[in-house]
Structure formats: C-alpha cells, structure tokens
Design a protein around this ligand. Sequence first.
Ligand code: GLU
Length: 507
Amino acid sequence: MVRVRFAPSPTGPLHIGGVRTALYNYLFARQNGGKMILRIEDTDQNRFVPGAEQYIIEALDWLGIEFDEGVHLGGPFGPYRQSDRKPMYRQYAEQLIRDGWAYYAFDKPEALEAKRKEYEAQKKTFQYDCNTRLQMENSLSLGMEEAQRRIDAGEPYVVRFQFPDNIDITVHDMIRGDVTMNSRLLDDKVLFKSDGMPTYHLANIVDDHTMEITHVIRGEEWLPSAPLHVMLYKAFGWEETMPRFAHLPLLLKPEGNGKLSKRDGDRLGFPVFPLEWHDPKSGEISSGYREQGYLPQAVVNMLALMGWNPGTEQEIMSMEELIKLFNVEHISKNGAKFNLDKAKWFQHEYFQMLPDEVVADYLQKELDARGITASRDYVVRVAGMMKERITFPSELWDTCCYFFQAPTEYNEKDVAKRWTPDMHIHMAKVIEILNTVPFEHDAIHKALLDDYIAANGLNTGKVMNSLRIAVVGRTVGPDMITLILTIGKEETIRRVERAIEKIKVNS
Ligand code: GLU
C-alpha cells in the first residue's frame, strides 16, 4: 500500500515549488491507489507563522489536491501536527543515545560561535563531527555520568547524531539513482533539544516511520539531508521499511540561474504563491494565482509539466489524465525554468474550455458592479462570442463593454486613420440600409458590402472600420455584422447617429 505525505512547515505562504511537490505526491498516491497525507512540520517554533497552516490547506483545496489523512482530516496515524506529537519524540532520542548513535551536548551558543571564529581565522570551516566532537562539551568528552549530573541539574542540552567515521552512505533516489556521500562530510546534526522539541530530522524520520510512509517525494533542497535520514533508519533498525526517496528538481528563475524566489515574482509580475498572502507581521500583501484570475486546472497543468513530461508532446492534461500518465521515470533531474508566457498559455487554454454559462457568470459580476442590467441570454451569448479573446476574467469588461454600453468617446488615432471627411454620408447610408433591409446577416452583408460599398468603388476598410468606430469607439471587436446583429438594430442606429453628430474631422 503506497502512503505518501506532503509535510510543509508553516513558516509562511506555500511557494508554488511546494505546491508542485504536493501535486506530484498526490498524482503518485492516486495512481497507485495509495493514501495521501498532510503532515504539518512545526517543530521550529521560531519560524512559526500564524495562518500559514490554514493557508496551505486552503491553497491545496483550491487546486483540487486532496488528502486522505491529515491535520485537517484526522486519521488512524494522528495526530498529524508535529507539535501535537511532541511527547513521543523523547523516547526515540533516548533510544539512539542508548544504542550509541547519539550523544548529549552542552555547548553554549557562545562556545560554538567562538569555535567557528577560531576556525575561520585559520581559513577553515568548523564542523561538529568525529574530528572535533571530543574537543566539545558532550557526553562523549565528559563521560555519561557527568552528562547525567548536568542534565539532572537542569542544564540545557541537545542530542546530536553521532556519525560513524569515514563510511560511505548511499541514498537510492528514484530520480537520481544512487547518491553516495562520505560521513566525513557530514556534521553531527542536532536531533532533539532539552525543551522536548525534536528538530526536523528526528521528527521527520520518526513520523515517516510511524505513519508507515512508503515514498518520500520532496524538493531537491532536502537531498543533502538524505544521508542523515538513511543513517537514522539504520540506527533505529528500520531499514527494512525505509521509504523510497525521490528528490524533485528545483523550480528556477525564468532566466534559469537560481531558485525561483518571491522577489522574481515581484520583479517580473507573476505570483509565486497559489493564493494571495497577507503577511501577519509586516502587513505586506503578496499576489496569488487565484486572485489574479488563474484557473486552478491551469495552475495544476502548468506545474505538472515543470519538471516532468508524459513522454509525448501532449501538454493539456486534466487531473485525471495526469494521474494516469504520471511516472517518476519522466521526472527531470534538471531544474525547471519558470515561464510566464507558458503559464498564460495554459490559462488561456483552460479559459476556452469553460462553458459559456460560466464565463457569463464572470461577466455578470462585472455588470452588477456597474449597475448594468442585461438578459441572461444576451450575457451568455456575448460571453460565448468573446471568450476566445480572453485569458483572465479581469479582461472581460474591457473586451465586452461595448455590448452593454454605447461608446462615450472615439479613439483619436482610429478616427484620424479611417474617418474621412465624407464619412458621415456613408454612415447615413448605413442607417438607411439597416432601416430598409431584413435584419439578418446575408441581407445586411449584400446591401452594405456589395450593393453600396463595392458598387460605388468605396474603400471597404475605411467604411467598415468607421462603422466600427461608431459602434465600438475603436477598431476592435468581432465580425461587424455579427456585432450589429448582437447589439440590435435600434441600438446600432442610435450609435451611428451619435457618431455622425460627434465626430468632426477637417475636410
Ligand atoms: N518540513 C519540510 C519542508 O518544509 C519537509 C521536507 C520533507 O518532505 O522531508 O519542506
């Protein structure tokens, strides 16, 4: 039974890189008929940000990334928030000490800082490891008895992992293959603090084990920690059930150098967070995909392809298709560059798939906001006709406004280019035609374009675009006759009359 977890730390809004990690876990779980778990890793109380957990839940819910167990749902392996699991970690830290895999350390922050400085002065980097640990204050250098005395006296301590000297540790990564690191490169990481809080490393391994996680799919930034994690499984005697690891490629800046950051989003004008985020401390607001009008399906599809491909040229894939097609083999080892044009392309494609009725709902909101009334049929018709020109709902009003209100001004450039001094004569003719021929496409087309414009050797572009200026205010919009038929005969005539009166050009 496949069991995967998404294990964010509630330190702020969820970055879209984190969303992608959640998505890949979800696709993998669903594809394998497994379970998807949301665990909150909040052991670092200094970095805790109120509202972040709720944000994560809301964001993933918006995107349709569903969980089977988790902090918001409960489940048989709960609690799912590490701070609520606090009492269970101590025994594991003590087990490691008993078995010779860890030790108590009493070094004060100042002492560690002094050591770092001392090494720096010699152009070296201090690492708490097998070469240095005996120079430090810990149960290895002081002896267990002295260590126990200090603990009993209430002296603060940490528990550090004791890496064996000079062994090669291999992480079998599903994406990268075997990654081997020598223990000499690794420092004796802190696993537990005397306030009873485990660090990320201990809590993560204990939880993955006790929650029976089978696959750990997470960002590449955790690869350097993986050898420690592999050693922890060994130290606990849990090697047999150790999850399989997959470290996902980074999401890169659009230029390709370096990790995609919030600042890149601000600089280039795209959100790096799924939902808008109001920072509780600074009050700063960061934009979100949802608030910018992106559709969740578009965001999911775009993120799925940032670091993975189905092995074909197919780009548009629903969640169901992604679940079918997803495979770890096709995850790239290289970082994936963020591409804003591609994000917009996906958004446009998904916007086109919306039923006219749904686009009409968006449009209706714009009308309501402006106190404009129109029949539902009319709104749906306009929405259907115009949606191909739209990427974001925020563009709807500007693109469709002239279906609901007559222009109040006429684009000067367009007028200068098209509205020749004799144009009022041709526009008067348009009114006459509309008043005499049947109000339907072919009849208007024939009367206007063939029998009037062509028969009199007029410039079609000039006349038709002037008509467009009269009706729309500028030379944009759908097919002119369709437009006339949509807004209606009376309204068209009113607008043309008004333009004749208002647009004055020098002869
Ligand atoms: N809490 C870690 C994070 O914020 C989880 C890393 C992992 O998945 O092991 O990314």
